[in-house]
Design a binder for this molecule. Structure first.
Ligand SMILES: O=C(O)CCC(=O)C(=O)O
Length: 287
């Protein structure tokens, strides 16, 4: 290992993450592998995957925690390059707490308002890191993630619900205060590249104005020492190192694509997650 170098991040990149609340771009895989995973997404997580129990949800459930259903998604969240970068920030014992597949069709109105990921996760301490992996080009035109550098230093901010059906977040949560977006920085990514952002950094994304889809995965990693503050016992997936804390029930990886065992693990995990997100203190502002 070079002096000043972590497993994946240079000291300057790790410092930038701590100062700005994000670091990008980083490369996980070549474009050809990203395209294979994009094809897996098209096969497994399209509109056809919407089930009756998804009624009323802003995302079909196959786009939430897909790593519990599909071996290709289980491989993505365990990819060594992504885990090396996350380890440089939070240490060697790493769990996946959540993942959302963010799919914006060509010329679509879906957008993500200014928010902090920590708001609806109820995790303490605030050490959660989101890795956003691009499976297609994610550009200013196609509605890439945009961050407000340094905003993570203001701590957890109040959020309120936003009824707009084009809001892609699970409950439409939006930071309550007016946001001065002038210092905002877009994070364009090519297929196979990823960014890392802090759980408290304000970020958003605009509708896709491009003629092609914008598809990426937001993977929520936590060090095993982080716990959920609510009364619901949640599950999570150990992807590196050891879990010496036991704050979560550990989830099994899928053995075959959406087989009965995988569907049971997935259904149990997301049911607990929705129950928990309703009971965390920040969410009382929403109801
Ligand atoms: O994909 C997007 O546009 C938003 C992603 C996001 O909010 C996240 O990964 O935390």
């Amino acid at each position: 290992m070079e002096a000043g170098m972590g497993r994946m991040l240079s000291a300057a990149q790790a410092d930038a993450y701590r100062r700005d609340g994000y670091v990008a771009p980083l490369r996980a895989v070549e474009a050809a592998q990203a395209e294979r995973w994009h094809q897996d997404v098209l096969r497994c997580c399209g509109e056809v995957a919407r089930t009756e129990s998804d009624a009323g949800l802003r995302q079909p459930s196959a786009r939430v925690k897909p790593y519990l259903l599909f071996p290709w998604a289980a491989a993505i969240v365990r990819h060594p390059a992504i885990l090396d970068a996350v380890e440089d920030l939070v240490g060697p014992d790493i769990l996946v707490f959540h993942t959302t597949l963010w799919w914006k069709p060509p010329h679509s109105e879906g957008f993500v308002p200014w928010h902090q990921d920590g708001t609806y996760f109820g995790l303490a301490p605030h050490e959660h890191v989101t890795a956003w992996l691009a499976l297609t080009p994610s550009t200013a035109e196609s509605g890439c993630v945009t961050v407000l550098p340094g905003s993570h230093r203001h701590g957890q901010l109040p959020h309120a619900d936003r009824k707009d059906p084009h809001v892609m977040l699970s409950r439409g949560q939006t930071v309550a205060a007016a946001v001065d977006a002038r210092p905002a920085v877009p994070i364009p990514l090519q297929p196979g590249e990823f960014s890392l952002h802090d759980t408290l950094v304000l970020h958003a994304s605009a509708p896709n104005r491009a003629a092609t889809a914008r598809v990426g995965l937001g993977i929520s990693y936590i060090p095993a020492r982080v716990r959920h503050v609510g009364p619901t016992r949640l599950s999570a997936t150990l992807v590196r190192g050891e879990d010496r804390h036991g704050h979560f029930d550990l989830e099994a990886a899928p053995a075959a694509e959406a087989d009965a065992a995988a569907r049971a693990v997935h259904a149990d995990s997301i049911a607990r997650f929705w129950t928990a997100s309703e009971s965390i203190p920040e969410m009382s502002l929403v109801h």
